[in-house]
Design a protein around this ligand. Structure first.
Ligand code: MOS
Length: 723
């Protein structure tokens, strides 16, 4: 009873449904008479549609309709209606809105048929005439077109120019990172059930059911009580489901036009036709004194965006909050291209921005002749210099110490090319990581049924992060009940309001609401029991235990009634005046065969400070996934563009390289102890994103140590290693 959150390594409560296949994903709901839509995309990067010839497609038996910009149902004409909870600055893309072609891959038509195969075949028979216009998709060729990003940057402090010029040691280096696409295992899909009364029940692949609901409400003028959006299970998203994607708009369009139920599933190739992590060019300048203390930091990024929206992410603020430095300046510019708008991808901004920062720190350490870990230690900041606020907690020094110990860092010979094993060059590199620990408004409901089972709910999603499980733990703990008597429900727009699942803030936001709702329910129960049974008036609240459908107080047992409590939770007031962030230290070993140009990452130790860890098992899985992704960012991942055609070329999982099992060696995850009563009532900071941050830089630093070569253009492929 009322034990503190146990930190139990509970198996996923949704595991059995997932492994037995009873968990249904957005594209898996069966229905008699369901129609299937197949999207036809543009192969031209810029132009105007002259004509769409649908005759051959419509002649195919089983084809019901072809929708395009001239025959679609009415949709909103203003920009605001298309803005969603993760919208970028500018004019959101509108599928099938008019004759403009804005990027290669743009959806131009939807073929609807009685089977998906028929719809795809008929789609190949469409004749679309496009008057093409010159396009530009190459960031490097258009750097002169850059404008300031509409992002809130930290205020510059001190005098960077003077401090950099006067610094004893300087680094001035430019790094680049490529476009990357999310590619969750489950492709995007929406199944729209058209109800007899004309209302819609939608199963959507999304990170925010209410975001999709609100979007459909505004774009199609549908009253909110006539659109219900569910996402009970999501097969990974990583940010790709933060905005309503075009398959949702098209499926709803078709359902409204035909008054039928319709499903639209994107192909793997079509997963490369919307948001992605944008390509960047980053110049990092660091100045330090004789002892290695940072005197000057300048982080300058140019990234790509679309011509219709200015996508921004948190790229340049990390240096000024991770390290103590009095002279810091940043610059962030965007180049509009004939491409789709980028989109948040796991640790958006930090994943790419910290690459440049942490590689530059390694370069500085080498210039100083200092151990890279020591350089970071002496520049530790216990307050966020960007905001002038102390951290609620920052156990980064413990991450450094515990990670280094586990890795054996003290045995490192700093000399590049000095560590050899069986003819392979061994490289040891490290980097730090940082991510925000945010908290949003969220609501939750707790309901005790007559059988004494606790049902707790919120409209949040579980994109594979473990939300079902962790919320069940938080609820059981707050209600003082056994886990088996608690069920958490999510993924339904009709449940209490929740933010998008993203930004690593679900535990802090929804978890706080869940805890408060369960505490409120207990409060009601205790008050009710005391009013009903005079012999209980002197009992403490902790004496009441809900178990097996009854209330136990000492040796006495009482029946229970149905009870409900609903809570709208605000971010914790205690956060005022504090900066809140998660941190990590990543240590990497690479083994390189120079003759073959092969590079293997044999070992990674990731030490993470994320406050209280509620479920060490699901949390560890998050960090493992993040580390694997970081290795992919370092060595494999890159959406390659044919700039002559303005088209993504490697749009499949055979040619878009990600690490496979054989690429991954040992990964050790350490959660350092980080008590934090300020960040929120759970003391928990979220672990969805910190795992990826810093990993790619640690690999590049290890490659430098192994080979003596500093590669600054990511990913570090074999060609670059041999080149
Ligand atoms: Mo994450 S990019 O906040 O889904």
């Amino acid at each position: 009873m009322n034990k503190p959150l146990s930190g139990q390594a509970l198996d996923r409560v949704d595991g059995p449904a997932k492994v037995t296949g009873s968990a249904r994903y957005a594209g898996e709901f069966p229905d008699e008479g369901l129609l299937y839509g197949s999207v036809v995309n543009s192969h031209v990067a810029r132009g105007r549609i002259r004509h769409i010839d649908c005759d051959a497609a419509l002649a195919v038996p089983g084809v019901v309709a072809v929708l395009h910009h001239l025959n679609r149902p009415p949709m909103a004409g203003d920009d605001e209606s298309y803005e969603d909870a993760d919208a970028a600055h500018g004019q959101p893309f509108r599928p099938l809105f008019n004759d403009r072609v804005l990027y290669s891959g743009q959806p131009l038509a939807l073929v609807i048929a009685t089977s998906l195969e028929l719809a795809r075949h008929a789609g190949s028979l469409l004749r679309i005439e496009i008057e093409t216009a010159p396009h530009q998709t190459d960031l490097l060729a258009a750097l002169d077109q850059a404008h300031d990003a509409p992002a809130e940057l930290p205020k510059p402090r001190g005098d960077f120019d003077a401090a950099f010029a006067a610094a004893s040691f300087q680094v001035d280096a430019t790094y680049s990172t490529p476009n990357e696409h999310h590619n969750p295992m489950e492709p995007h899909a929406s199944t729209v059930f058209y109800q007899a009364d004309g209302s819609l029940h939608v199963h959507d692949k999304t990170q925010g059911t209410q975001n999709s609901q609100d979007y459909l409400h505004k774009v199609f003028g549908l009253p909110k009580d006539r659109v219900r959006v569910c996402a009970a299970y999501v097969g990974g998203a990583f940010g790709s489901g933060l905005r309503p994607q075009y398959q949702l708009t098209l499926a709803v369009m078709a359902a409204l036009q035909l008054r039928r139920s319709v499903r639209v599933t994107l192909t793997r190739q079509q997963m490369f036709t919307f948001g992605y992590r944008p390509r960047t060019v980053q110049r990092l300048r660091l100045g330090a004194d004789q002892q290695g203390r940072l005197q000057a930091i300048h982080h300058e990024v140019t990234a790509q965006t679309s011509r219709f929206e200015d996508f921004t992410e948190h790229l340049v603020e990390w240096a000024g909050m991770l390290y103590r430095c009095d002279n810091v300046a940043t610059a962030y510019r965007l180049v509009p291209l004939d491409v789709y708008t980028p989109l948040d991808m796991r640790a958006p901004g930090a994943a790419s921005g910290v690459i440049a920062l942490e590689c530059a720190m390694d370069e500085l350490a080498e210039n100083l002749g200092m151990d890279p870990l020591d350089l970071r230690r002496i520049n530790f900041a216990d307050s966020n210099g960007n905001e002038g606020k102390p951290y609620s907690s920052k156990a980064l020094l413990d991450c450094y110490a515990q990670g280094a110990l586990r890795f054996g860092w003290h045995q490192r010979d700093p000399q590049p090319r000095s560590m050899l094993d069986h003819g392979e060059l061994i490289g040891w590199g490290m980097a730090g990581g940082v991510w925000e620990a945010l908290q949003m408004k969220a609501s939750a409901r707790a309901r005790l049924d007559a059988d004494g089972h606790l049902w707790v709910s919120s409209a949040t999603t579980d994109i594979g992060t473990g939300t079902y499980t962790v919320m069940t733990q938080i609820a059981a703990d707050a209600a003082g009940m056994d886990l088996r008597e608690v069920t958490f429900q999510l993924g339904d727009s009709s449940l209490p309001t929740a933010p998008l699942q993203g930004g690593s803030f679900t535990v802090s936001s929804v978890g706080s609401a869940v805890r408060q709702a369960c505490q409120a329910l207990r409060g009601k129960l205790v008050a009710q029991m005391k009013a009903r049974y005079p012999e209980l008036v002197d009992n403490e609240a902790e004496d009441f235990e809900i178990r097996a459908g009854q209330v136990h107080v000492g040796a006495s047992v009482y029946p229970l009634d149905e009870l409900e409590a609903r809570v709208d939770a605000e971010p914790s007031a205690s956060r005022q005046g504090f900066a809140c962030a998660t941190h990590s230290a990543v240590f990497v070993e690479v083994r390189i065969d120079e003759a073959l140009g092969t590079l293997r990452v044999s070992r990674v130790v990731s030490a993470v400070a994320a406050g209280r860890v509620i479920n060490p098992k699901t949390a560890r899985s998050q960090i493992l996934g993040g580390v694997v992704w970081g290795l992919g960012m370092a060595l494999h991942e890159e959406t390659q563009v044919d700039h002559a055609l303005g088209r993504n070329m490697n749009h499949n999982l055979a040619e878009y390289h990600i690490p496979v099992n054989a690429d991954i060696g040992e990964i050790e995850v350490i959660f350092v102890d980080e008590p934090d009563d300020i960040v929120n009532e759970l003391g928990s900071k979220g672990v969805g994103e910190i795992g990826v941050v810093g990993v790619a830089a640690a690999v590049a630093n290890a490659v430098r140590h192994a080979t003596g070569r500093r590669l600054r253009d990511f990913p570090l492929t074999v060609e670059k290693l041999l080149g």
